[in-house]
Design a protein around this ligand. Structure first.
Ligand code: PLP
Ligand code: ZN
Length: 420
């Protein structure tokens, strides 16, 4: 065969970029790009598969200052950056020297996801889900959410000019409730846990054919958005994969896709081949994946969540088994921390680096501390932790741990009495 002809006709992007099909993560059965999310053979979860083009660092570096610089590695139209969207991503990677020295570490970085349009990493997954949902012909963007996803869906749908329907547990933080309602979405507060809300959303997804539930019936596309966290971390380190990364776990998708992002950059030759270890972080009050890791189990036994880290409160995590696999395969670990340690870590991050993270960020930093203390994480190795959301959305969690002063009279004497 004429090889130059083969090369010329190899990969031309479709409306789904270089994605070629969906593939079952359990049995490998394949099906065409479409709105399926479960394998017809075994009901296993489907994942997007690609025929990736050759890429250079320069071609990525000259792209937009958003996650769309990696459009060719995502299942989206290649002109996605020019469609009405929120341009998520390209958040700061902060070198945390003061925090590192407090913890006795050599080199620590924080990927600060507060810089996203609705202040959490969820804007990334929604960006990909929205683009794919439009290509697939859906008319409504919907989701079950622990809060941040609802904010991201409501905002992205508003900008795209389509209807949003978001379902949340009724006991969410008020900042996340108002932070969805303000975008003019249909907001439904459900009396029950996130897992109850998720079940209801799955029933609705079967019934409403033109509703894209971003994390249910378009989940294969949605999940791919988290790869961009891995891409950005490596690019911002100067095209290098860190030796250790600590990632919070709710469904487990973010952790699995950070690993996949590192793997794709490595296989494309965009970073040198170097091992990395992936660590997962949960709150003790919702730690089904951490418990399975500790017990050496491959399956995750569902729990009923009870923690201040509501954004991570998924008792039956869809990607739990895959997160276990990533942590074990890379030589990492998964651990959990109690609510008091979470609050303490939120304050430590704020007071050493000026970053007010949400409860999920507190979980991640507290797990880093715990793993260091237990000698399971190397203080000499280059480490990145993810602060996935904004502390202004979870004020109640720290309200009791900081001192809010009583007002004083506007006089020097009153000031000197109040401040030593
Ligand atoms: C949703 C969420 C996570 C976890 O995401 P998964 O991909 O479901 O594991 C982490 N942090 C914050 C702030 C979130 O909102
Ligand atoms: Zn299958």
């Amino acid at each position: 065969m004429n090889t130059s002809l083969t090369a010329a006709t190899a990969t031309t992007p479709s409306r789904f970029g270089y994605a070629t099909h969906l593939s079952c993560r359990e049995c490998g059965h394949t099906c065409p790009i479409g709105s399926g999310h479960a394998c017809a053979e075994c009901f296993g979860p489907l994942e997007v598969a690609y025929d990736l083009p050759a890429l250079t660092r320069e071609s990525i570096e000259s792209g937009p200052l958003s996650m769309w610089r990696y459009a060719s590695l995502l299942p989206v139209p290649q002109d996605v950056a020019s469609t009405p969207n929120l341009d998520p991503g390209w958040t700061r990677l902060v070198r945390a020297d003061l925090l590192a020295s407090t913890l006795g570490m050599r080199e620590l970085w924080i990927k600060d996801e507060r810089g996203n349009p609705t202040h959490s990493f969820k804007d990334r997954v929604v960006g990909v889900a929205l683009a794919a949902a439009i290509e697939l012909g859906f008319k409504v963007l919907a989701c079950p959410s622990t809060g941040n996803l609802a904010n991201a869906v409501a905002a992205a749908a508003a900008r795209a000019g389509i209807r949003a329907v978001v379902l949340i547990p009724a006991d969410l933080e008020i900042q996340k409730v108002i932070g969805s309602a303000v975008y003019g979405c249909s907001l439904v507060a459900v009396r029950g846990s996130y897992d109850d809300v998720n079940r209801l959303a799955s029933e609705l997804a079967d019934e409403r054919e033109d509703w894209a539930f971003v994390n249910v019936n378009v989940r294969p596309y949605y999940a791919e958005g988290s790869k961009t966290l891995g891409f950005e971390i490596a690019e911002q380190l100067g095209w290098r994969v860190p030796e250790q990364v600590v990632v919070p776990i709710a469904s487990g998708a973010q952790l699995v896709k950070v690993d996949k992002g590192f793997a794709e950059l490595t296989s494309l030759g965009l970073v040198d081949e170097q091992p990395w270890r992936v660590f997962g972080a949960q709150a003790t009050g919702c730690s089904p994946v951490s418990a399975a890791f500790a017990a050496g189990h491959d399956v995750v036994r569902p729990v009923r969540p009870d923690t201040i880290a509501k954004s991570l409160a998924i008792g039956n995590p869809a990607d739990g088994p895959y997160a276990l696999d990533v942590a074990r395969r890379t030589g990492g670990a998964i651990a959990d921390v109690g609510d008091a340690e979470i609050v303490e870590a939120i304050r430590l991050l704020a007071q050493t680096e000026g970053i007010f993270g949400e409860t999920a960020g507190g979980v991640t930093l507290a797990v880093l501390r715990k793993l260091l203390a237990e000698g399971r994480l190397d203080p000499e190795a280059e480490t990145v932790i993810i602060n996935s959301g904004d502390g202004l959305k979870t004020l109640d969690a720290v309200a009791g741990a900081v001192t809010v002063p009583a007002p004083i009279r506007p006089t020097l004497e009153a000031f000197q009495e109040a401040v030593s």
